[in-house]
Design a protein around this ligand. Structure first.
Ligand code: G16
Length: 546
């Protein structure tokens, strides 16, 4: 039976000649129309992952996040809501690239043996997709993979990536009877109830403009708005989810972060001093901004969010009396090489800071390993806060000795509930920012002025083979191609500033980042380094970055 199902699936979803897939920073990601064969096999892999985790529920999210509308992707979510164990990634790649039924069965058998997976264990999965047009077809292929393995599958339909991560964690920990709609409602209740308590004494309701990137975040933000009542009034823009071609088009968190500018659709919406924010296509990234007195656009990215959130949490820990010798809770920050140098400097003077390679899984892991409370954000706005179980226990059992301590402790408990600890969650992060601003008594300008960003530039270089670029030291240095790093060092030495080069894990490009004291110098450095990369990769001189 099983082999027959596999045969049928592989006949229906063959790997086409020349196709090559790779499980990267955020799973498989490429043109949506090419992904059906991958989804069928991901269905099988997710079921095997569930079996190997003793029948725990595994998540599958179909999305290409901030990437263009015609792209799509898929990633697996492990039982506690975290990204798939990295030791399974190369197997996912092998599965996807198996060219024939025989090759696939050989890989499968070998894999099942090496991981000692007992096929008799039941498999459970929960899956969701974003609003992309290719989504339904990919879901159909995924379900056939589940069916071939006899997995019990729960459909969370069209929802955000962070909600899917939350669902996986909740399904695996709840002791109650559940259905997916109740669990999703529980998510909104958890966030909004804690938020309302934290802002109970604010009085006036604030307005917040949200650019929903014409994606699934629009649906979730609308729902959240209903739960928030008068505690916060959301003004939603770029909510055209039906026009699927508009997804991330001239809007969304990546557009704002990379272009360092306001989406044109918001220019007549945002008034000076008012704050707004952008979500990305699956609502796991968040970028804030405002217009200053002179009408100039000011961006508050993941680094600024880290700074605000870490300061707020450190203050609560201190005010609650949890930073004394006995119960000391250590708060720390995790960043990547993309973090603005000014943010790293500001933060390092106040708390421990760790730098890790790009990809939420790396930040999440470091935050969990190193700190009691780990605040992690990528500069692109993807991040959250992790509370270790010992920190959560200390918060739960701490006996405050003054009324002020009791208040701070109560707030800390609510803050934990506002946060989606499983993964970066734009809507949860947005509530957290609003809470932090209120309790720190910061205006958006005060927040912005905690430190000034160094001017910076991010450039993409299209090369023949991005895998020729290999990094070390948390992606801050290249080890291959040989000799290239020395040339970059020489440029940096001459112009000042900082620059690094790394292959993207989600797009077929090499990324170049540069920052310097002056904008001109940052742009110049980025372009010069991009030129070096281009020459090294032997590209067409006509397309050399300039
Ligand atoms: C994904 C990852 C992020 C990463 C980003 C860009 O984001 O989840 O951790 O920063 O890709 O990665 P790269 O530079 O390797 O292409 P998202 O929001 O697209 O899922």
């Amino acid at each position: 039976g099983f082999e027959n199902e596999l045969r049928k699936g592989l006949e229906e979803y063959p790997v086409k000649p020349g196709e090559k897939f790779s499980y990267g920073t955020a799973g498989f990601r490429t043109l949506g129309d090419t992904l059906e064969s991958v989804l069928f096999k991901v269905g099988i892999l997710a079921a095997l992952r569930s079996k190997s985790c003793g029948g725990k529920t595994i998540g599958v999210m179909i999305t290409a996040s901030h990437n263009p509308a015609e792209d799509n992707g898929v990633k697996l979510v492990d039982p506690r809501g975290e990204m798939l164990d990295t030791s399974w990634e190369s197997h996912a790649t092998d599965f996807a690239n198996a060219p024939s039924l025989d090759a696939f069965i050989a890989i499968l058998e070998d894999f099942i043996r090496s991981k000692q997976i007992s096929l008799g264990t039941p498999a459970k999965v929960v899956y969701a997709r974003d609003t992309r047009a290719s989504g339904p077809k990919l879901v159909a292929a995924l379900r056939k993979g589940f069916a071939a393995m006899g997995a019990v599958a729960t459909d969370a339909e069209v929802t955000t990536t962070p909600i899917l991560h939350y669902l996986v964690d909740t399904i695996n920990t709840t002791t109650q009877e559940w259905n997916v709609n109740n669990l999703i409602e529980g998510y909104y209740l958890k966030l909004s109830n804690a938020f309302k308590r934290l802002l109970a004494d604010r009085g006036t309701s604030a307005h917040l403009l949200i650019d929903c990137a014409n994606g699934v975040g629009a649906l979730a933000a609308k729902k959240l708005d209903d739960f928030l009542g008068e505690s916060l009034t959301l003004k939603l823009k770029n909510t055209s989810v039906e026009s699927t071609e508009k997804l991330n088009k001239d809007c969304g968190a990546d557009y704002v972060k990379v272009g360092q500018k306001l989406p044109p659709s918001l220019t007549s919406e945002l008034r000076p001093g008012q704050r707004g924010c952008s979500l990305d296509g699956d609502a796991d990234r968040l970028i804030y901004y405002y217009l200053d007195d002179s009408g100039k656009f000011r961006m508050l990215d993941g680094d600024k969010i880290t700074t605000l959130v870490a300061s707020f949490i450190m203050r609560l820990v201190k005010d609650a009396g949890l930073d004394d010798a006995e119960e000391k809770i250590k708060v720390g920050v995790v960043q990547t090489a993309y973090a603005n140098g000014s943010s790293t400097r500001y933060l390092s003077e106040r708390l421990p800071v760790t730098c890790v390679p790009t990809g939420v899984k790396h930040l999440h892991h470091a935050a969990a390993e190193r700190y009691d409370i780990g605040v992690y954000f990528e500069a692109n706005g993807h991040g959250t806060v992790l509370f270790s179980s010992s920190a959560q226990h200390k918060v739960a059992s701490h006996k405050p000795s003054t009324a002020a301590q009791a208040t701070a402790l109560g707030r800390l408990k609510d803050v934990i509930n506002v946060i989606n600890q499983t993964v970066g969650d734009a809507l949860s992060d947005m509530l957290l920012v609003e809470v932090a601003l209120y309790h720190m008594a910061y205006s958006v300008e005060t927040w912005d002025k905690l430190y000034s960003d160094l001017p910076n530039r991010l450039v993409k270089v299209k090369v023949g083979d991005r895998n020729a670029f290999v990094t070390e030291d948390a992606e801050r240095r290249l080890v291959r191609p040989p000799g290239l790093q020395a040339k970059i060092d020489e440029l940096v030495r001459r112009t000042g500033g900082r620059s690094f080069v790394r292959p993207s894990g989600t797009e077929d490009v090499v990324r170049v980042y540069a920052e310097a004291k002056e904008t001109e110098a940052a742009i110049d450095l980025a372009l010069r380094v991009a030129g070096l990369v281009y020459d090294e990769a032997g590209g067409d001189p006509a397309q050399r970055p300039a």
